[in-house]
Design a protein around this ligand. Structure first.
Ligand SMILES: Nc1ncnc2c1ncn2[C@@H]1O[C@H](COP(=O)(O)OP(=O)(O)O)[C@@H](O)[C@H]1O
Ligand SMILES: [Mg+2]
Length: 391
């Protein structure tokens, strides 16, 4: 395969490791600066030039788009996508994960722990927001900061208001976030490749610093994640649509709190701490994906009108509960195929006819919408957890 890394740092550790891993597997790897591409957008004929010259085809792209060039960089990745080239992370997932507010908003509706956060504009809204987050000290974050720059701990309301006012006057949007004090300047970085945690480390901030970023002098050590941290990291990456992700989690009293999902996580700290060949895992994942590209199953399977895909938890009163797949006659009489059953976190793909379906199982089914409607539970109405502020 011909693999292209989009990076402005060809001599950096991560890119060096990509080259070693790719060449060890018989591929060629070239590094291209995203800023030297020009994109030509024409119907049916999207095209790219590099340094003014026609860009030779490649099989896969590893995007390493820095935070300062997100817009142009993701446009280059999108152009590769339009040309049908496999991109290890998609342009959409990269842009979404760059924005800390957007990421927190998207994660907030899932079963993923996150530090409570608030986004306000008016000066008069700052104080109620700080109260709702449990008071000071409170974290203030630039929406698009990285390497710890733009993450501030404010000890008092006055300081918080002054910082927010200053940043807003400089046209910077900021996020307010609960300070997870029990994490004590430590956090966990889990490196996810293709839906699996391939390596993890704990980072510890230096001295009195609360930010544990390696770029802020944080030290690293290998950790083995417990099941809850592993599940959280894998799901957070999946929700953000990232095949490769560095998921940052604080160790809260109630378990993992995801602060950030990085789309271009560095390899140096974590390969050093864990001894895992992460670059190799990334190249191996590219090989799999180029062979069997992802496809949007829902889109494919709903193209015939009246048919669709649903996933739902089997209730005790469902007509399918405690029946076998074959005994339920779903396939032969009702045109519904049970594609997988998830029980206690374990997936049973393409279950056999004698497989029982138990209350609490999560079923993934394809078939006639009319039947699917009769076997899926009513959507649950959203209940507000707690009312925080009396108005
Ligand atoms: N809500 C928080 N509570 C406690 N520590 C935090 C919180 N948010 C961030 N930190 C610390 O600051 C570091 C940087 O924050 P992060 O949101 O990951 O920004 P960056 O993109 O700059 O890395 C984290 O690794 C963590 O150590
Ligand atoms: Mg971070």
């Amino acid at each position: 395969m011909k693999i292209v890394v989009l990076s402005r740092n060809p001599k950096g550790y991560s890119v060096r490791r990509f080259r070693e891993a790719a060449e060890a597997r018989g591929h060629t790897l070239t590094v291209r600066s995203p800023l030297k591409f020009s994109m030509y957008v024409a119907q049916g004929d999207p095209d790219l030039t590099y340094n003014g010259k026609e860009f030779a085809d490649c099989d896969a792209v590893i995007p390493r788009i820095g935070a300062s060039i997100t817009q142009f960089g993701t446009a280059v990745v999108r152009q590769f996508e339009q040309m049908g080239v496999f991109c290890l992370n998609t342009s959409t997932a990269i842009s979404v994960s760059r924005d800390k507010l957007r990421s927190m908003q998207i994660l907030s509706r899932h079963d993923i722990g996150i530090p409570d956060s608030a986004f306000v504009r008016g000066k008069e809204d700052v104080l109620p927001a700080i109260d709702a987050l449990g008071g000071v000290p409170v974290i203030i974050k630039l929406l698009e900061g990285s390497q710890g720059v733009g993450v501030i701990l404010a000890d008092s309301v006055n300081i918080a208001e002054a910082i927010i006012e200053t940043l807003q006057s400089a046209r910077q949007n900021v996020l307010l976030q609960k300070f997870v004090a029990e994490s004590k300047g430590k956090d966990i970085r889990a490196f996810v490749v293709g839906g699996k945690v391939v390596a993890a480390m704990r980072r510890k901030a230096a001295g009195t610093e609360f930010r544990s970023n390696v770029h802020r002098g944080g030290s690293t050590e290998a950790v083995t994640l417990d099941a809850e941290y592993e599940r959280t990291a894998v799901q957070a990456a999946q929700i953000m649509g990232l095949r490769v992700a560095g998921v940052d989690m604080l160790e809260g009293i109630d378990g993992p709190q995801v602060m950030e999902v990085n789309s271009s996580p560095g390899l140096e700290g974590i390969e050093g701490a864990s001894g895992v060949d992460i670059a190799g895992a990334m190249i191996a994942h590219i090989e799999d994906q180029v062979l069997f590209p992802d496809l949007d199953l829902r889109q494919k399977m709903t193209s015939k009108s009246g048919y669709g895909v649903v996933e739902f938890t089997l209730g005790p009163d469902s007509p399918l509960a405690n029946q076998t797949v074959e005994g339920s006659n779903m396939r032969d009489q009702h045109e519904v195929l049970v594609m997988s059953i998830t029980r206690g976190g374990n997936v049973i793909p393409t279950p056999r006819g004698d497989q029982a379906m138990l209350p609490g199982d999560v079923l993934l089914c394809y078939g006639k919408l009319l039947t699917l409607r009769t076997i899926t539970p009513e959507p649950v109405k959203r209940v507000k957890k707690k009312k925080k502020i009396e108005l």
